[in-house]
Design a protein. Structure first.
Length: 540
């Protein structure tokens, strides 16, 4: 009997023979149906060989997918936990095999150092065990060290099954695919495809070496532990170059709907990863000598100041964004965030010339869209800025909706949508979107701004008692933002608590009142705010 059983469709006989020859060259005994003795019953010999083999290589192709024999053999190998899958064309794998790791040998001509083949041999060595042949050797030269991309780079490594159960690979690999796909929606990140990441399943986890080979700074790894229908997923992200942990989290769920669980965890993980990476990049940029700053580092310094929501920080952020744009006039994100800061200066009453500020801001919006209208973050930032700068609220909302459709895991976009939904007369939906943003990124630096948004939604819904705690916290955290103090004034005034309303009004920068009223495009909602301010004694 043989170590390895090979299953294939007749149209891929040459590829099957090439695989068999390569495996025999490594010292394995291989059975392929060309070895079928003339005097034996076909099905009986196949069953004997399949049962005896320690590994079964299934070669998928368009014809193999339609072959009852291949499907039967693949299913038996899967049940016996000795399935090794390869594909030779672009045919889609049948269920449930499309959820199991599969090596791509499309166009393979026998190169023993090819990544797809090394992956096959590693799996076979794991299954056959004992003193079997080692994984095919790498090329003689040292592994290449790829240069890091110009933007944050990340790879999601294979998740391990904490119980050591190989039958769980399909679930763990599914997690890797879901998280990788979700991360790829962030154009601010360079993400390694899951096929390359999964090739590290059987290798020792030298994270620095893996980071160098893949050309990434950040690595995400995790484990899956199951007990009955319960599952616990642990994930952590590390800086491969420095060996430091950036972020870690635990997720619990059930296996009632595997794909729904994968999707839920992927979105939750991604919502935490992107801001964590950005925070790490900001720390790195701030530690660099100023004379070495490039456009990206200048952009990061501006982003670091953006959540502060005070006049000095906002003006300093504009300065960094303008320097980045001077170095790279087509830097869409720098253009978008410069526009956002101009919109903030306008709507919060910090501008000496609102018309000029709005004109500059809208021009930056147009330039950002010309350079990055396929970038969901650019769409989101420009959408909210356009609205604040006096642009068409329908156009602004359309930009936000496009951003959400392209990246539904971005908490900042959900927050921007909350503002637009509220201002255009849909405060219930706005409140939902603010709450979604808070769930996606509970530790966001924009958390205080979210509090203002949620509080204002509750104010215009006349849910004044609910709004007050949120707005009081927002005023403490962002004393110069004005929106929180205005909302607090209105809530107290409509409740008849005039002393508290007037005290809150004292904290408002009066030029901001007209601007903030102007962002409410729905007359009924604007009147709730205007009348509350009037009751408190504001000149509106």
């Amino acid at each position: 009997m043989s170590d390895i059983f090979i299953s294939y469709a007749r149209s891929t006989a040459k590829q099957a023979a090439r695989v068999a020859e390569a495996l025999r060259g490594l010292g394995y005994s291989v059975w392929i149906d060309d070895d079928l003795p003339a005097h034996r019953t076909y099905s009986r010999v196949i069953e004997e060989q399949m049962t005896a083999a320690k590994a079964a290589v299934v070669i998928w192709s368009a014809d193999a997918v339609r072959s009852e024999w291949v499907l039967s053999e693949a299913n038996r190998a899967r049940e016996d936990r000795k399935l090794v899958q390869v594909t030779t064309d672009i045919a889609r794998l049948p269920m449930p095999f499309d959820t199991i790791q599969c090596s791509d040998l499309t166009g393979w001509t026998g190169d023993l150092a090819a990544p797809g083949w090394r992956k096959v041999v590693a799996s076979i060595a794991h299954l056959v065990g004992g003193s079997g042949p080692p994984v095919a050797p790498a090329p003689a030269e040292s592994p290449s060290v790829l240069a890091l991309p110009s933007k944050p780079s990340v790879a999601v490594l294979p998740f391990s099954d904490a119980a050591g159960a190989t039958q769980g690979d399909y679930f763990a690999d599914g997690m890797v695919d879901e998280i990788t796909t979700a991360l790829a929606r962030f154009s601010s990140l360079f993400v390694i495809a899951s096929g390359s990441s999964l090739s590290y399943r059987e290798t020792a986890r030298d994270l620095k070496r893996i980071g160098q080979e893949l050309g990434v700074r950040y690595l995400l790894e995790g484990s899956v532990r199951r007990s009955g229908d319960r599952v616990r997923i642990m994930v952590q992200m590390v800086d491969a170059a420095e060996g430091a942990q950036i972020w870690a989290e635990r997720f619990d769920g059930t296996l009632e709907d595997v794909f729904a669980l994968q999707d839920t965890v992927a979105n939750a993980v991604v919502s935490q990863i992107e801001p964590s990476i950005q925070a790490a990049e900001i720390r790195r940029a701030n530690a660099r000598p100023t004379q070495d700053l490039g456009a990206y580092d200048l952009y990061l310094r501006g982003i670091h100041l953006a959540p502060a929501y005070d006049r000095a920080s906002t003006l300093a952020a504009i300065g960094f964004f303008e320097q980045a744009i001077a170095r790279d006039p087509n830097y869409a994100l720098a253009l978008a965030w410069a526009a956002a800061c101009h919109s903030r200066i306008s709507v919060l009453g910090w501008s000496d010339d609102v018309v000029e500020t709005n004109t500059i801001g809208l021009d930056l919006c147009r330039r950002a869209l010309r350079c990055g209208d396929d970038d969901p973050e650019v769409l989101a930032v420009v959408g909210e800025a356009t609205w604040d700068l006096g642009g068409d609220v329908g156009d602004a909302d359309a930009l936000i909706e496009r951003a959400l459709s392209r990246n539904p895991g971005a908490s900042f976009t959900w927050m921007g949508s909350g503002w637009l939904k509220m201002a255009s007369g849909r405060p219930e939906l706005g409140l939902e979107h603010f709450e979604t943003a808070a769930r996606l990124d509970p530790r966001s630096p924009y958390g205080p701004v979210n509090l203002v948004g949620r509080g204002m939604c509750l104010v215009v819904l006349s849910r004044f008692e609910e709004a007050i705690p949120l707005l009081k916290e927002a005023v403490l955290l962002l004393p110069e933002q004005n929106g929180g103090a205005i909302g607090l004034t209105v809530a107290y005034a409509h409740l008849g608590r005039l002393a508290e309303a007037r005290a809150a009004l004292e904290k408002v920068h009066r030029p901001a009142i007209a601007s903030i009223l102007g962002v409410f495009h729905d007359p009924a909602l604007r009147e709730v705010v205007r009348s509350g301010l009037a009751i408190a004694g504001a000149d509106v």
